[in-house]
Design a protein around this ligand. Structure first.
Ligand code: 1PR
Length: 534
């Protein structure tokens, strides 16, 4: 192979770099993996997508001799692109489970975001940059948003200002990218930042081919996200289809009672990416009864989708410990790892998170054994979404139940003025003795990085999100909340962002039935003065 089209990738095996690989291949380059420190020194250009925790990454780099090779490579001004943790590791040290020493090439300490003043941690989503100095690889960005997902960040100072090429504002101004000579690193994820992210990679890979046009960043806030959700299951013929429920009932009201079929998962996901979806979620809705690793088509869907979709992908359904028909035991972590390996950026846990929360409330002991705790420990909180499927239960007064109630705007069927939101498992089939409010607080403590908040009553109704529920939950936690269920018109999106602290809004039916395109939702939000990624 001609060295012109080869990229050396430093993947120390701590997590998911599949999306980086996909993006590099999509741009027409071949990947050579680093096996020994020598491979680093011999690279023509090196990409270092840091994943996992700071301390364990440093540990591996030091033990393998890669740390020293990396320092030499960078000190020699060889073409380098660090991504996310690949930026942070260049600094002196990090507070993540630390202090822990880094490579020490750039002065500064990597610290955790303050979750003060309503800034949710992790910083997840699309944000804009303020360009501090010319940095060729950022030249196409301008005021467009790029995708971040992290809880720690490096701060600009007098000592490191010669390195800082852009900052981003979230609670404070932190370092979004560095550049010195041929050495670049970005805190955001170019491989997940759509077109504009691909252009960052393209410019790094082939710097000479593109003209340079100075770019103007602008001060901005974290954009509200619009997420397209694909509920996926096998229909009675055995094909994997995108389906959509009516209060979770996905079967047609016909004699045949067939599973509603709204299209093919890979195609629809690709379409939503082109239409400007900020994320795509797949929910394997029968995962609670079918073992997902037996469900190879779903893994195929992920693999194919991630080859062409360069925004974050979440997948959920069936993440739990499992023993198959042959008596082979799989831990939930293995199930999740398979999803990550197949192209997921985040996984979402439904039923199993409810059991974990119940257990924790009962015993007040964190065992570290739940799927939620294990997966967030290995892959980071930001990679774990908890999907909640609550159903409204009316009561006469707040003292009628031990769960948090709200005063309902419209009384219940027997004139009840209050309601609580009962968590369910197994796709809404079984109600549990825990409320959405109690669950949300507990899963945050157990390591969830985000909450996907559905509502069975509103699902598929097109009458708008359950504002009371979303307000209740988004005010109760400091992790991002994704509002879901009930979107029927563009106004429902502005309503949920104006009246609640939701960070994202998710819809399914209106996109699948092509009633409201994603572009119209974005245009409407923009008109209403709500920041979105265009
Ligand atoms: O319990 O970990 O195996 O996960 C199962 C996952 O599958 C959960 O995330 C659960 O929400 C989901 N699920 C299970 N059954 C159904 C069903 O519909 N029968 N889908 C289901 C949940 C709800 C939303 C939907 C929104 C927006 N789907 O994801 O997309 O309500 O819809 P709309 O915009 O059309 O109103 P586990």
């Amino acid at each position: 192979s001609s060295s012109g089209s080869v990229v050396t990738l430093l993947d120390y095996g701590a997590g998911n770099v599949r999306s980086v690989r996909n993006a590099i291949r999509y741009l027409g380059y071949e990947i050579e993996d680093v096996r020994t420190p020598k491979d680093i020194l011999n690279a023509d250009r090196l990409i270092f997508p840091g994943v996992g925790a700071f301390a364990s990454a440093m540990d591996v780099l030091t033990k393998t001799g890669m740390a020293e090779a990396l320092c030499t490579y960078i000190e020699n001004d060889r073409p380098f692109l660090g991504i996310c943790l690949g930026l942070q590791l260049l600094f002196d040290s990090s507070e993540e489970n630390g202090p822990v020493n880094g490579l020490g090439l750039i002065p500064g300490v990597v610290g955790r975001f303050n979750s003060l003043n309503g800034f949710r941690v992790p910083h997840i989503g699309w944000n804009a940059l303020q360009i501090a100095k010319d940095s060729e690889i950022l030249d196409d960005i301008g005021d467009r948003h790029v995708y971040f997902v992290h809880s720690y960040r490096a701060m600009p100072s007098n000592d490191n200002k010669e390195w800082v090429s852009s900052t981003c504002n979230y609670s404070d101004d932190f370092i979004a990218s560095i550049r010195r000579g041929n050495v670049h690193a970005v805190q955001f994820h170019p491989e997940k930042s759509g077109d504009v992210g691909l252009s960052v990679l393209r410019r790094f890979l082939n710097p000479k081919s593109q003209g340079s046009k100075p770019t103007q960043g602008k001060a901005s806030k974290l954009a509200k996200r619009v997420i397209a959700c694909l509920d996926v299951r096998t229909n009675d013929k055995g094909d994997l289809v995108v389906t959509k429920g009516d209060q979770y009932d996905v079967r047609e009201q016909t004699k045949e009672n067939e599973v509603r079929n709204l299209g093919k998962p890979v195609e629809l996901a690709g379409q939503y990416y082109k239409d400007g979806a900020d994320e795509v979620s797949f929910l394997n809705i029968t995962g609670f009864r079918d073992f997902p690793l037996g469900d190879l088509p779903m893994l195929q869907v992920l693999r194919h989708t991630s080859e062409n979709v360069f925004v974050p992908l979440t997948v959920g359904g069936g993440i739990r410990d499992f023993t198959d028909a042959n008596g082979r035991y799989y831990s939930s972590l293995e199930v999740a790892s398979e999803y990550f390996r197949s192209g997921a950026d985040k996984i979402s846990i439904g039923s199993d998170a409810v059991y974990a929360a119940e257990e924790y409330i009962k015993t007040k002991v964190k065992t570290g054994k739940s799927s939620l705790e294990q997966i967030s420990k290995v892959y980071g909180n930001q990679a774990v979404v908890v999907s909640v499927d609550p159903r409204r239960v009316y009561v006469q007064g707040p003292n009628d139940v031990q769960f948090k109630t709200i005063r309902v705007p419209k009384p219940g069927p027997n004139g009840e003025e209050y309601a609580w939101y009962q968590c369910t498992v197994n796709g809404g089939r079984e109600g549990r003795s825990i409320g959405a409010y109690e669950l949300a607080k507990v899963v945050e403590e157990l390591g969830a990085g985000e909450i996907l908040l559905n509502c069975i009553d509103c699902d598929g109704q097109g009458k708008g999100f359950d504002i009371d529920l979303i307000k209740l939950i988004s005010d109760a936690v400091s992790i991002p909340v994704i509002a879901s269920s009930g979107a029927g018109a563009v106004e429902h999106f502005s309503e949920v962002f104006m009246k609640t602290n939701a960070s994202a809004a998710l819809a399914a039916g209106i996109f699948h039935r092509k009633e409201v395109p994603i572009q119209s939702v974005k245009a409407h939000l923009l008109k209403e003065g709500i920041e979105v990624r265009i």
